[in-house]
Every structure is written in structure tokens, then in C-alpha cells.
Design a protein around this ligand. Structure first.
Ligand code: ATP
Ligand code: MN
Length: 143
């Protein structure tokens, strides 16, 4: 049931906490983890509009930065015996997550209840809320 897990991360502390639960799913039969970071398209477009540098270069830098954040996560999962796939997308975050859910045929999604904004008064971040509403597979939301 939990063979292939999608773990979307914005590299926030909240998303980081969710990683412990990804690891505990090993006991429930999890074998493979897809680590996904979505570069916010809206942010990227805003930067691109005012950029003096080549936007291809900016995109490459953003991807390299994301890769650097992902590397220790990937290492940790591999050490625990998981097969790991890394995806970096540029999209509206929830759309990028749902897209990978479908393309990779994952069996479940593990996300943080909150992310970078982390406003305590809000029940769920907007990304996790949309994922809970629209995902086809079970979603484990980690507080
Ligand atoms: P909001 O974005 O609505 O201001 P927030 O940042 O506190 O609120 P969310 O963005 O919903 O909360 O984050 C919840 C979880 O969704 C994160 O812990 C992470 O697992 C996932 N997530 C959020 N943004 C991204 C992203 N750009 N790429 C991959 N995963 C993401
Ligand atoms: Mn967010």
C-alpha cells in the first residue's frame, strides 16, 4: 500500500519533520521515495521580468540550489535502504505535486501541515490543503 512515497518539500522545518514519517513507512512496506521540490513559477516569472542576467542561468542556479538542499535528504533515505528519485519542477506548487503524483504512480503522499510561511493561526498551509482536497492517493499530513 505504501510502496512508493511522494515526499514534496519546500525545505522548511515543517517539511523536514515529515521526512521522519517517510522513514517510518519503511515498516509499512515503503521501498521507494520520490523527493520533489517545486520552484514557484510565479516567483520565477517575477524574477525573470526584472532580471538583467540570462533567465536560463537563473533557472540553472535555482535548480542547483535545490539539488544542494536535496542531497542530504537523499543520502539519509538511501542509508535507510530506500530507492530514491529526485524531481525538481517549475510550476504552481500544488499542481507540480499532483502532476508528479500521477506521472510517478505513487502510492501515498507525505507532506508537512505547514511550510515556509508557517502561520500558526492557519489550520493548513495552502499547498497542503489543496493536496488533501485533490490528491488521488492517501495523504499523510505531518504536524
Ligand atoms: P502558504 O504557502 O499557504 O503561505 P505554508 O508555506 O505554511 O503556507 P504550505 O506551502 O502549504 O504551507 O506547505 C505545506 C507542505 O507542502 C510543506 O511542508 C511541503 O511538504 C509542501 N510544499 C509546500 N511548498 C512546496 C514546494 N514549493 N515544493 C514542494 N513541496 C512543497
Ligand atoms: Mn508555502
Amino acid at each position: 500500500m505504501f510502496e512508493k512515497i511522494l515526499y514534496p518539500t519546500d525545505f522548511s522545518n515543517e517539511a523536514h519533520k515529515a521526512l521522519d514519517f517517510v522513514i517510518s513507512l519503511k515498516d509499512a512496506g515503503a521501498k521507494e521515495v520520490v523527493i520533489l521540490h517545486v520552484i514557484e513559477k510565479a516567483n520565477f516569472d517575477a524574477i525573470a521580468r526584472y532580471a538583467t542576467k540570462d533567465i536560463g542561468e537563473i533557472e540553472k542556479n535555482l535548480k542547483a540550489r535545490a539539488m544542494a538542499e536535496i542531497q542530504p535528504i537523499e543520502e539519509r533515505l538511501k542509508k535507510k535502504g530506500f530507492k530514491v528519485k529526485v524531481v525538481i519542477a517549475k510550476a504552481v506548487p500544488y499542481m507540480g505535486i499532483l502532476d508528479v503524483e500521477k506521472k510517478e504512480k505513487v502510492s501515498a503522499i507525505v507532506i508537512g501541515s505547514h511550510g515556509m510561511s508557517n502561520i500558526a493561526e492557519i489550520f493548513l498551509g495552502s499547498v497542503s490543503e489543496k493536496i488533501v482536497r485533490r490528491a488521488k492517493t492517501p495523504v499523510l499530513v505531518v504536524r
